[in-house]
Design a protein around this ligand. Structure first.
Ligand code: ZN
Length: 457
């Protein structure tokens, strides 16, 4: 009887695991990849021998693998075999095309031109480059810009005699000569409103002008093209105001009509025993719905792992007294803008976005492991450091560094925002951790500890 049961068990274990060879990356066969190497990611029966073109490949206890293969220009054929199954895989590496560099030289305009911003949230950049850590500010619709040159797809924005910015041509529109009003804006009024959690600084202007808010000595605000006014510090048509704040925990700069508003979160009174008490924290489980994120070796989707950890983090944060907002609690599509907006609308002081890392072609998934935490604004760097420190020491994951990155979820200033790449979903060892229930729980606990340390220090 026992023998029969054992046989049935073995039979089911074999059938249920469905351990035939599966390749999850490259996603298509045949595939077209431009890099000089790529990798096969997948799984097979851990007891079988896996070979890629006669080279035996290391399997993790789950049967997961990541095998880097070099790519020659032209057609590359691979024979991947394990147990009974053989897959013939074809990858084409196209000839590199020599792209002629787009001519981008600075053209200075002899006179100042008058443009208006046509869209909300248009980046004002330090360089005429679409990407990287080069954002000075975000412009809203109807802000008047003085344009004194162009370079490629960008106009050069005159801010003052020492400072220019760059705005994408597609974000602005020139006004007809009769509408030209290059005169600096007049300050009509200045008011301070103290609310329970925020302080509002309101500057009434005759028209909307560009501004920059810098995180230095607290916050430094500069409003440009402002008419000289003896009541305020206006020099070079620039109004400069400094707000010395010890610990920045979110702020927003925006217009209400032609009234400029700087909204700064007041430092919160912390409960010494339970520093998270009543702190509003937004948790963002990356991807969801039709957006799978990266795919793990055995076919698990990043979106599901992110959500599992997000729910455990939600529980841990609630236990610590925090008020939690989830950008998604189910497997649904949510746009990046809606995630950021929800965190802002719910007044979250902290935003934690959860992801699992992957790599592009050309990298080696076996040589990349560990946890990294991304931030964009300086106010979030210290939170990123605390979370990374707790995660790498408590989970014993490799320290894959705190990094500054221009990602939508960390670019908002209204909350202290970080994005955590918990571990590499395409590294077989990290992948096994990401699926492990205890690892996920410990991950949530480490993040809570990191937030508590950030708040208390
Ligand atoms: Zn992701």
């Amino acid at each position: 009887m026992i023998k029969t049961l054992l046989l049935i068990f073995v039979f089911f274990a074999f059938v249920l695991k469905g351990e035939a060879l599966e390749i999850v990356y490259p996603k298509t066969n045949p595939a077209k990849i431009s890099a000089n190497s790529t990798f096969f990611i997948g799984s097979t029966n851990p007891n079988d021998i896996l070979k890629v073109n006669d080279t035996e490949v290391k399997l993790s206890p789950l049967g997961a693998f990541a095998q880097v293969v070099p790519l020659e220009i032209g057609i590359n054929n691979f024979v991947i075999s394990s147990g009974e199954k053989t897959i013939n895989f074809t990858i084409e590496r196209p000839k590199p095309t020599i792209s002629s560099p787009i001519s981008s030289t600075l053209i200075k305009y002899p006179i100042m031109n008058n443009f208006f911003v046509m869209t909300d949230n248009a980046p004002l950049r330090m360089t005429p480059v679409d990407g990287g850590i080069n954002r000075m500010s975000h412009l809203s619709k109807d802000i008047q810009l003085l344009i004194n040159g162009e370079n490629g797809g960008f106009y050069r924005v005159y801010l003052n005699s020492k400072l220019n910015g760059w705005v994408a041509k597609s974000n602005v529109e020139q006004k007809k000569p009769e509408e030209i009003d290059l005169l600096p804006a007049t300050i009509i009024d200045f008011n301070i409103h103290e609310k329970k959690d925020f302080c509002l600084y309101e500057i009434d202007l005759l028209k909307k002008v560009p501004f920059v808010v810098k995180e230095e000595n607290g916050l430094t605000l500069q409003l440009f093209n402002i008419k000289a006014d003896e009541k305020f510090n206006v020099e070079d048509n620039t109004l400069t105001l400094n707000f010395p704040i010890q610990k920045l925990m979110g702020y927003e700069a925006y217009y209400e009509g032609t009234k400029f508003v700087l909204k700064i979160r007041k430092p919160q009174q912390l409960n010494a025993e339970k520093p998270l008490t009543d702190i509003i924290i937004a948790i963002d489980a990356g991807h969801g719905g039709s957006e799978f994120g990266a795919i793990g070796c055995c076919g698990d989707k990043e979106k599901d792992i992110n959500l599992a950890i997000a729910k455990k983090l939600q529980e841990e944060l609630k236990k610590s007294g925090a008020r939690v907002v989830m950008t998604r609690g189910d497997d649904i599509d949510v746009s990046l803008a809606d995630r950021v907006k929800l965190a802002r609308d719910k007044d979250a002081a902290i935003l934690i976005s959860l992801h699992a890392n992957a790599l592009p072609d050309g990298a080696d998934p076996n040589k990349n492991r560990g946890t990294s935490v991304y931030y964009y604004h300086n106010q979030a760097k210290y939170l990123a450091e605390n979370i990374l420190n707790e995660m790498t020491t408590q989970l014993n994951t490799q320290n894959d560094k705190v990094r500054q990155g221009s990602l939508a979820l960390v670019r908002s200033t209204s909350n202290v925002s970080v994005l955590i790449e918990v571990a590499y979903i395409i590294n077989p060892d990290d992948y096994a951790l990401l699926l492990d229930n205890d690892f996920q729980s410990n991950c949530a606990k480490a993040i809570v500890k990191g937030i508590e340390k950030y708040l208390s220090n």
